[in-house]
Design a protein around this ligand. Sequence first.
Ligand SMILES: [Fe+2]
Ligand SMILES: [Fe+2]
Length: 247
Amino acid sequence: MNIKKTDIIWEIASKYPITVSIFLKYWIEFCCKWNISLEESSKRDNFNLDVVLEEINTLINFNNSEDIDLSSKSLIEISEYIKNNFHNPIRELLYPTEVLAKKVAMVHGLAHTELIKIKEIVEWLVPVLEMHFDKEGQILHPMLKELQESYDKSNDSLSLHCWSIKNPIRQMEFEHDNYGDMLLELRNLTNNYILPDGACRSYQALYANLQKLEEDLMRHTNLENFVLHPKAIEMENKLSWNNKCDF
Ligand SMILES: [Fe+2]
Ligand SMILES: [Fe+2]
C-alpha cells in the first residue's frame, strides 16, 4: 500500500490510525472537517512533503502490528482490538502520569508555572477517561456485539429493544471532542513537549507519558470515529428495527 501526496489526510488517518503519530509530530491537521490532501496541507502548513510521505509509507508498510487496517473486521473484533490496544494500556498510563504531574508541579511549579495548569488538566482527564472507557466497555461494546450478531443472523430481533446505536455513539464522540480539546491545550502548554534545559528525570517522564497518552488517545479516537462508529451506523441502517420504535 502506498500513500500518495494527493490522498486526503483524514482518510489516511482513519484507515491507518497508526499514522496519527506522524500527523501529531508535524502538527498536521487530520480532523475530517479539513478535507485536504497531503500536498495541499504541505503548502499551507509548510512541511516537507517528501519526508512526511516517506515516513507514512514506511510506517504502514513495515509496521509489524497485526491488522492495522481494521475496516474489514467485525464490530466485535474491532471493539476487542480497541479494548486490548488502547483502553487497557491507556488506563495503565493514567495513574503514574497523575502522580508525576503532581510531583513535578510541586517541585518545579514556581519556576515553570505552566506545570500547575498541566497538573489540573491531568487531574481532570484521569476520571473523565476512566469513565469514558467504562461507558464504552460496559454499554457501547455490548450493544455493538448485539448489533453484529443480529446483523450476522439477518434478523431484526433488535426491534424489541427500541434502542439506536447512534445515541451512545453521539455521546462518545462528544466526549472525544471534549478530551481532544484538553490534549491540544496540553500540547500548547508543553510547547509541543519540548523540555526546558536541565529538566529532571520526573519532568522528562511526565512529558514522555503525556506525549504517549496524546498519541494513543488520538489513534483510539480516530479508530472509533472513522472506522467503528460509521460501520455500526451503516449496519444498523440496514436493519429495519429502527423504524419500529415509535415513541
Ligand atoms: Fe474507546
Ligand atoms: Fe472513545
